[in-house]
Every structure is written in structure tokens, then in C-alpha cells.
Design a protein around this ligand. Structure first.
Ligand code: SF4
Length: 253
């Protein structure tokens, strides 16, 4: 499979064809078999990712879970890691940023670089999240994410199966076509554990300094990096060929 992945365009198209019509649990089952031992689920413990955890467990797909503790997560998120492990009798691998890289960044730019400029916010996201993710994804052929098209302008072109050019592997988004209503319906029906902050008007939850509650009816990502323009609001975990995917652009597989 690793050799095949060198021909990114052909492989992504072929895989998308194989998985055509599959979503949710069926896609996870297919992926678990297709990429056995070379696939992982990166969970942020967000609502969509909690649904995916539930679907993975129900499907029986052999997909290991990992998460990134940036060192800036709200305590509610940290509590949810333990709660999820207990509920599903599984272990979530918790990865942390390189302590020396964090020290270097804070020595040079202060303890809260994210409020200084978009560039320094992206540097912080890179040190605390992206670099950690890249290390974990090295050697894998595919990863599972909870992205949905309707989440933001940066995610309108998300496909169920797509080539992740930034990380050089296949990205699977089993909930790509799910609406937020469908996600909540699933959570309530199956009593999926979720972050207590969702009940305090935090629809999208990241690091504590970069997340706030949103007013009813506002864009669900408006509480993330609220001082930036909507098209800048990604942490770098989900970029295509080194850039963010913006409204109207198609993904180049
Ligand atoms: S979300 Fe904020 S605190 Fe977290 S890594 Fe990005 S800039 Fe840093």
C-alpha cells in the first residue's frame, strides 16, 4: 500500500471509488480492513469525534485512537478523555508537544503568542498540534477525522475519502455529509459522552485561550480564534498541499 500511495491522485481516486456510497459505520469498517495496522483515528474529543468513537466501537473496526494534549486544553476536555476511555473500555493514546520546542517559543514570543498575530497563532498551533500530529502520522497510510462540510467555509469541500497532501496519506471523513442535527440526534440516541462545554454554548472546542462561547444562531466556528477572519480559522491540522481549503476551491487530490 505504501508504494501505491506514491501515486497520490490515482490512489485517492481509486479508494474513493471503492468506498463510494459508504459513510459512518460502513466506511469505518471498510477502512479498518483496507488499512489494517496502518490507520488511526485522531480524536479531538469534539462532538463529531465522540460520534466516531462510538461508531468505531460499535462497528468493531480495529482503529486505534489518539489525541493531542496541547497543554492548553480546558479541564472539561481532559475529563472527557477519561470518561470516554471508561465508557468504551478503550485506551486513548495521549500525545504531547515537544517540551523544548514549547520552551523556545514562549521564551521568544511570550506565554500567549496566539493573541499577537495570525502568524504567531499558527506557530503555536504548529508547535503544540501540527508537529505532534505529523510525528504520529508518519508511517501510517490513512487517518480518520471528524470533519463535516457544513462546519465552516474552510471545510465546504471536505470529501469522505480524500488525499491529504500536507501529511502524505489518505484522510477519511466518515461524517463529511452529516448535519449538526444528525450528529446531535446520534449523540442523544446512543447516550454518547460529550464535552460539558457544549451545554454552555461552546459548539466547537479547542484550546482554552482560543475558544469562547458563541451567541445562538452564529457560525459554530465563530468561537474559535474569534479575532481572526473566517477563512484563517484552521490550526493547520487540515490543510491541503500546504494551504487551507477556501470556499469555492476544489481539493486537489
Ligand atoms: S489553539 Fe491556541 S493555544 Fe492551542 S495550539 Fe493553537 S494557538 Fe496554541
Amino acid at each position: 500500500m505504501t508504494e501505491q500511495l506514491n501515486d497520490a491522485a490515482a490512489t485517492a481516486a481509486e479508494l474513493a471509488g471503492e468506498a463510494a456510497g459508504l459513510s459512518g459505520k460502513d466506511l469505518l469498517l471498510w477502512a479498518g480492513q483496507r488499512f489494517e495496522g496502518r490507520l488511526a483515528f485522531a480524536t479531538s474529543l469534539g462532538l463529531e469525534d465522540q460520534v466516531l468513537t462510538d461508531l468505531i466501537v460499535r462497528s468493531g473496526a480495529k482503529i486505534p485512537l489518539f489525541t493531542i494534549d496541547t497543554g492548553k486544553l480546558p479541564e472539561q476536555t481532559l475529563r472527557l478523555i477519561e470518561q470516554t476511555e471508561r465508557r468504551y473500555c478503550l485506551e486513548i493514546e495521549v500525545l504531547r508537544p515537544d517540551a523544548e520546542e514549547v520552551r523556545k517559543m514562549t521564551r521568544r514570543h511570550g506565554p500567549a503568542p496566539y493573541y499577537t498575530s495570525v502568524e504567531l497563532r499558527k506557530l503555536c498551533c504548529h508547535v503544540r498540534k501540527v508537529a505532534v500530529l505529523r510525528r504520529r502520522l508518519a508511517g501510517l497510510d490513512a487517518w480518520v477525522c471528524g470533519l463535516r462540510r457544513e462546519q465552516s467555509v474552510t471545510r465546504e469541500d471536505v470529501d469522505t475519502v480524500q488525499w491529504d497532501g500536507a501529511n502524505r496519506l489518505v484522510k477519511l471523513n466518515p461524517l463529511a455529509d452529516w448535519t449538526l442535527d444528525k450528529v446531535w440526534t446520534y449523540v442523544r440516541k446512543h447516550d454518547v459522552p460529550y464535552n460539558a462545554l457544549h451545554d454552555e454554548n461552546y459548539p466547537s472546542i479547542g484550546c482554552l485561550p482560543c475558544t469562547r462561547a458563541v451567541l445562538a444562531g452564529r457560525d459554530i466556528r465563530s468561537g474559535r480564534w474569534w479575532w481572526e477572519e473566517p477563512e484563517q480559522k484552521e490550526c493547520g491540522l487540515h490543510v491541503v498541499q500546504g494551504r487551507l481549503v477556501r470556499k469555492g476551491e476544489r481539493l486537489a487530490h
